[in-house]
Design a protein around this ligand. Structure first.
Ligand code: FES
Length: 83
C-alpha cells in the first residue's frame, strides 16, 4: 500500500448538512477533503462517514490522523519537511 500524501497541515473546518460523505484518505484528491477517485491504484480507500444533523466538523487534511476522518492534532507532531 502506498503511503498517504499530506494535502495541507491544517484541518478543513466545514459546516456539513446531514448525509453520507467520503473523506479522502490518500491526499491525492483535487476536491479535498473529499474523495474524487484519485486513490485508484494506491491501495488506499476513502473513508465514509455519516452526519446525522447539521454540524461543524474538522476533517483531517494532513492524512495522518489516528481518528480519521476527523483531525486529532497529529499535524502538530509531523516534521516540517513533510509539508
Ligand atoms: Fe483520496 Fe479517494 S481520492 S481516498
Amino acid at each position: 500500500m502506498t503511503e498517504p500524501v499530506v494535502y495541507e497541515r491544517n484541518p478543513a473546518e466545514l459546516e456539513l448538512e446531514p448525509g453520507e460523505y467520503w473523506w479522502c484518505a490518500c491526499g491525492r484528491s483535487m476536491t479535498q477533503p473529499f474523495c474524487d477517485g484519485s486513490h485508484e491504484g494506491t491501495g488506499i480507500e476513502p473513508q465514509s462517514f455519516v452526519v446525522a444533523e447539521k454540524q461543524t466538523v474538522w476533517l483531517c487534511n494532513c492524512k495522518h490522523s489516528q481518528t480519521p476522518p476527523f483531525c486529532d492534532g497529529s499535524h502538530n507532531s509531523l516534521p516540517d519537511d513533510i509539508f
